[in-house]
Design a protein around this ligand. Structure first.
Ligand SMILES: [Zn+2]
Length: 395
């Protein structure tokens, strides 16, 4: 009978095998969006019996469902498998210094609802929660009342993060949040599972799981706005480094004898290349819209300032391409719309500076999800976990 150590070891082992096989099946479905059982047998390298059993179980859990596809010239109908958008939900939350965004997503990666707005940076965590909790609670309860279990809440937040405690470290220009135990606090307030990540990395994860990265295993996401951050995806997974600093592209040295930065280094890209950095160099005393209008009007000082901005960007990007060797660098954040028109020019200039054999493969792309990028990436963390450890999340 059960209970002996050998039996429990065997059960644990079988559970592990099942987890791995389910994960393999779900990854194949994610990559191809829809796939037949026959294709799964060859691509997942599992027996047809295993495929039938496990896909049956996943259909029972409403993680995947059958779709009818018409294929070939004779119009033969085939049964395909794809994610089921009708049951589970995931919530993504982006905490910005001046704003927030919450998205409710289905397993097909579609945003079903989104709520966003401004927050008062000076109000600290208490003010922030007072502002967002009604919307967050509403979204969660509404989904659950309608019979949609919420797998969890994935949160993007200004880094750096103490991952062992699920807390913020000391994000610059973010009063009151230093050392704040965000993960535990949100778990307490919502009663659900919460994952937190640096918002440049959630932005990269959105691209990996729902955007350009579905077919790209090595990418770097650069977010430019009030600061400059980066998220590195290598061999399909986010890379954090020893201190969580991997991909801190905003703190690469661009000016050798430049000013001392908040991070302690001197001559960093962020203080000259971010929105405050650009406006500071311009000195016109206005917003990015004002600056752009001056550039359009042909104001020589504004034009020089824009040229310098692009030169800093180009210098930073050639370093990123040479250091990380990504298939794609994706540009996003609040600054991007103001420099979008120069993307092709920057890409050409970069190609002229990269190793000749690699230059034709260099890709510089705009982000897929605009202002919702980081919130969608928050949800992507839970989606990734479902695809890695389905048994853990579903039982
Ligand atoms: Zn710095």
């Amino acid at each position: 009978m059960g209970g002996s150590p050998i039996d429990s070891n065997k059960i644990a082992y079988l559970q592990q095998v099942k987890q791995m096989n389910m994960a393999t099946i779900l990854r194949q479905i994610w990559k191809k969006e829809q796939v037949s059982r026959v294709e799964l047998v060859s691509s997942a390298d599992l027996t047809s019996g295993t495929i039938t059993n496990l896909t049956g179980e996943l259909i029972g859990h409403k993680v995947i469902r059958e779709y009818e596809a018409v294929s070939g010239s004779v119009g033969r109908k085939r049964v395909m498998l794809g994610f089921d958008p009708g049951h589970y939900r995931i919530i993504g939350l982006d905490i910005g210094r001046n704003n927030f965004e919450i998205v409710l997503m289905d397993l097909c990666g579609r945003v079903l609802r989104s709520v966003g707005g401004d927050v008062d940076r000076e109000a600290g965590p208490e003010g922030f929660f007072a502002r967002i909790m009604p919307a967050l609670t509403d979204m969660r309860q509404e989904a659950e009342k309608a019979g949609h279990p919420v797998l969890g809440i994935g949160v993007g937040v200004p880094g750096p993060i103490d991952y062992s405690r699920g807390a913020l470290l000391n994000p610059p220009n973010f009063p009151g949040w230093s050392g704040f135990p965000l993960q535990a606090e949100l778990e307490k307030r919502t009663g659900g599972r919460v994952m937190i990540e640096d918002n440049a990395r959630t932005s990269a994860l959105a691209e990996r799981w729902y955007g350009i990265g579905r077919n790209v295993d090595d990418l770097v996401f650069i977010t430019m706005g009030g600061g400059i951050g980066g998220g590195v995806i290598s061999q399909g997974e986010i890379v954090r480094g020893t201190n969580g600093l991997c991909g801190q592209v905003g703190h690469m040295t661009i000016v050798m004898d430049g000013k001392v930065c908040d991070c302690g280094n001197r001559g960093c890209w962020e203080p000259i290349g971010s929105i405050p950095g650009i406006l500071g160099r311009w000195g016109g005393g206005g917003t990015m819209d004002d600056f752009k209008a001056a550039v359009r009007a042909g104001d020589s000082h504004a034009l020089k300032c824009m040229e310098d901005t692009l030169a800093f960007l180009e210098t930073a990007l050639i370093n990123v391409f040479n250091l990380y060797d990504p298939e794609v660098v994706v540009l996003g954040g609040q600054l991007y719309p103001y420099i979008a028109e120069y993307r092709a020019t920057v890409q050409e200039r970069l190609q002229a500076r990269l190793y000749a054999f690699a230059k034709d493969r260099l890709r510089l792309e705009p982000s897929s999800f605009g202002a919702s990028q980081s919130a969608i990436g928050g949800a992507a963390m839970l989606f990734r976990e479902l695809l890695s450890e389905p048994v853990k999340l579903l039982v």
